[in-house]
Design a protein around this ligand. Structure first.
Ligand SMILES: C[S@@+](CC[C@H](N)C(=O)[O-])C[C@H]1O[C@@H](n2cnc3c(N)ncnc32)[C@H](O)[C@@H]1O
Length: 233
């Protein structure tokens, strides 16, 4: 996934306002679960949300990518970061909130895996706990054939990342080309990211299948909106 490019992830997404997102997440968590103290960030990546959330909460994280977790550990030294698949993990701990942000849930390309992940999230909730999930695009939101480019232009690092949006059935295929220039030279990498386009109704059904009550909320800060879920009753 981001195995060759984890060290450049934060530079590529430096335009994304993680601080503002963390403020919005904090206010939702505190409203939904007053007194919340602990968070599990599932598919935490380089822990950019955690860096901000750790000022208010104890934050642990899981991800598949060891290189990203190493960066997250440096940003949030009090957190425990574990290599784990979000669709199959058991940390032996519970949390007041479980987060899964920036569309990471879409990497689970089979419905059964999404339900398995939501069940794992539920199993890691303390009483009164809340799950917040920022989804990937729905089929209606996906723009086939759109060309995307992100650039970084610093004195010692230049990056151009480009991709063309492709679709195969319900699978959105993001094939990134990177040109990364440093004083050591210019390198070219390619990366494949496959994420399923689930409809809103499919997602709501997955939460139900995992035994969770849920609502979808639009958000000014968290761009793709959020599913807010909890134990029913
Ligand atoms: C777009 S990044 C988001 C990272 C971070 N949450 C953020 O907001 O910057 C997607 C992350 O999902 C992770 N990921 C994908 N599939 C996963 C899985 N099955 N279990 C755990 N992490 C996964 C990737 O390694 C990557 O770090």
């Amino acid at each position: 996934m981001f195995d060759k490019t984890a060290e450049y992830y934060d530079l590529i997404y430096s335009g994304k306002d993680y601080a503002a997102e963390a403020v919005a997440l904090t206010s939702i968590i505190s409203a939904e679960n007053p007194g919340a103290k602990s968070i599990l960030d599932a598919a935490c990546g380089t822990g950019e949300h955690d860096k901000h959330l750790a000022r208010t909460f104890h934050v642990d994280g899981i991800d598949l990518q060891p290189e990203s977790l190493e960066i997250a550990r440096r940003k949030n030294p009090s957190g425990t970061y574990t290599i784990a698949d979000m669709s199959n993990f058991a940390l032996g701990k519970t949390y007041d909130a479980v987060l899964c942000l920036f569309s990471s849930i879409g990497y689970l390309t089979e419905s059964e895996k999404v339900v398995a992940a939501l069940t794992c999230f539920k199993n890691h909730l303390a009483p009164g706990g809340v799950i917040l999930i920022e989804p990937w695009f729905t089929p209606e939101q996906w723009i086939e054939g759109a060309l995307h480019m992100q650039t970084v232009d610093l004195p010692d690092v230049k990056i151009c990342r480009m991709n063309l949006s492709e679709l195969e059935g319900k699978l959105s295929k993001v094939h990134f080309h990177y040109l990364i220039g440093t004083p050591d030279g210019v390198r070219h990498f390619e990366e494949d990211h496959n994420l399923t386009l689930y409809t809103r109704d499919e997602m709501l059904g997955f939460f139900k299948a995992a035994g969770l009550s849920v609502e979808f909320r639009q958000s000014d800060q968290v761009r793709r909106g959020m599913y807010v879920a909890r134990h029913p009753g």
